[in-house]
Design a protein around this ligand. Structure first.
Ligand code: MN
Length: 214
């Protein structure tokens, strides 16, 4: 697919006159290690958007329960549209009536490497196509191997994947970072802080309280 087209779904769903989300530079390779980002997003339901840089865009999955550090946990991950690389820095409130309305924070970010194909060119695209990705994360909250495994499709024909912590020295069943480490690694804010600061829904009597919207 021509690289520009990969962000079409992302752009079509958003009104950039309304939302402060980045319109996105066109897909571009950079020479550094590829990045990952996990954004906590208190939309209609709170979820964690797990994104990894592949071929100049952020491949993305919505993980309702967020990532775990315990290998026994299998966390549902539903693919969403590719996002532009500059989305990795986005924190703020997606306005009411926009796609994904609600506050977003950068819950974790860092670099990753492909441990399945040992970083061979094309390895990540192949791994995604085959439905079995194994990556080593070097984040602020999360470290170590994580597998993303495609398991099939749901009744709406959406692909279902699982995000699973691999067994390695960074696995830690005693941790619960989703519950215990809710702050942004960029700003220290929680989604509640961000929602409050930007005053989501303050002008509309029909908005439910921010805390209930997730
Ligand atoms: Mn989201």
């Amino acid at each position: 697919m021509p690289s520009k087209d990969r962000l079409r779904a992302y752009r079509e769903r958003r009104d950039f006159d309304t939302t402060s989300e980045p319109e996105g530079s066109d897909p571009a390779e950079h020479k550094d290690e590829p990045i990952f980002v996990i954004q906590k997003h208190a939309a209609r339901t709170t979820h964690y958007d797990f994104r990894i840089e592949v071929d100049g865009v952020l491949k993305s999955w919505a993980v309702p329960k967020g990532p775990s550090t315990a290998p026994r946990d299998r966390r549902l991950a539903i693919p969403t549209e590719d996002h532009p690389l500059d989305y990795a820095h986005f924190e703020g409130v997606v306005p009411p009536d926009e796609y994904g309305a609600g506050p977003v924070i950068v819950w974790d970010t860092g670099t990753y490497r492909n441990i399945k194909e040992h970083g061979e060119p094309g390895g990540m695209s192949q791994a995604l196509a085959s439905g079995h990705v194994e990556i080593w994360l070097e984040g602020k909250k999360l470290r170590g191997g994580y597998a993303l495994i495609r398991t099939g499709k749901d009744r709406r024909e959406r692909e279902r994947w699982l995000l699973v912590k691999m067994k390695d020295e960074a696995a830690d069943p005693a941790r619960d970072p989703v519950a215990d480490e809710p702050q942004s690694v960029l700003s220290g804010k929680t989604v509640e802080d961000v929602a409050e600061k930007e005053g989501t829904g303050e002008k509309s009597g029909e908005q439910s309280s921010d805390k209930e919207r997730g």
